[in-house]
Ligand binder design. Structure first.
Ligand SMILES: [Zn+2]
Length: 267
């Protein structure tokens, strides 16, 4: 027959000193309560940390309290890139210090206060970034910086690896457009990041030898063009918060949508 008294045997065999066993027996029932109290005590700290992280993420930490240095366009993978990009959102001085030649060619433009959810603040006119002709008449400073980093450290290495040459121009469907989000099931009535010039649509690239690479025509397949486009798309996720391509939904079959809004999607 099966021995139904294994615990009694264990105790009587002296495998653990009786005092130790008693303390184990005492500790066990109290443990959940202690853990519960400890968890309760840590809630205020968690709330503070979450609030702090959100403030950094939204660029709400005043410059004189922000310990993070200004983002550097010479650095391909800046630590805390997302928070350092966000710090530029409401800081035109920081924008002027970061967006400098030879990495970009930009000039600041006047703010256009929001009307009906559309407008822009702290934006620039861009003519080139990362050695690429990239002409945009209005793009937020934050998105322009992310674009410059992506073109220099995401797109150019991918082009060099795949084709042995650089990209010299991008084809775009633009930045600013006063409209709602297109193609989203749950956000149909929400303004797009394009409505505040904080997004950009990239349709293709031109290589130094004049060859055009098109998202619409060459995203699918295993050829070098498709490999380059996938590498370019994936590398954008290091600098932009939302990166949508042809695999995300039919509305993006012919371009990459890149933005620095609230959401976080790499698809
Ligand atoms: Zn878009």
């Amino acid at each position: 027959m099966r021995d139904l008294r294994p615990q009694r045997w264990f105790l009587s065999a002296g495998a653990a000193p009786s005092s130790q066993v008693r303390s184990m027996q005492r500790a066990h029932p109290n443990m959940p309560a202690r853990r519960y109290r400890r968890a309760l005590r840590s809630i205020p700290l968690l709330v503070v940390l979450c609030g702090l992280a959100l403030s950094f993420r939204q660029g709400l930490v005043p410059w004189y309290l922000n310990p993070l240095p200004a983002i550097d366009l010479a650095d391909p993978s800046p630590p805390f890139a997302d928070w350092r990009l966000a710090a530029m959102r409401y800081n035109p001085d920081l924008c002027r210090r970061v967006l400098v030649a030879p990495y970009v060619e930009v000039e600041p433009i006047a703010d256009h206060p929001l009307q009906d959810g559309c407008g822009w603040t702290n934006a620039v006119r861009m003519s080139s970034a990362g050695g690429v002709r990239a002409g945009f008449d209005k793009i937020t400073c934050e998105a322009a910086t992310a674009l410059a980093l992506w073109l220099e450290y995401g797109v150019q290495p991918a082009a060099q690896d795949t084709f042995g040459q650089r990209v010299v121009a991008v084809q775009s469907y633009g930045t600013y457009a006063c409209r709602n989000i297109v193609g989203a099931k749950f956000w149909k009535n929400r303004r797009s990041e394009h409505a505040i010039a904080n997004a950009i649509d990239i349709a293709g690239f031109t290589l130094a030898d004049g060859q055009h690479i098109s998202v619409r025509r060459q995203w699918r397949g295993d050829g070098p063009e498709a490999r380059f486009l996938r590498a370019a798309h994936d590398s954008a996720c290091a600098y932009f918060r939302v990166v949508l391509g042809p695999d995300f939904n039919p509305e993006h079959h012919d371009h990459f949508h890149l933005d620095r809004g609230m959401s976080w999607v790499c698809g």
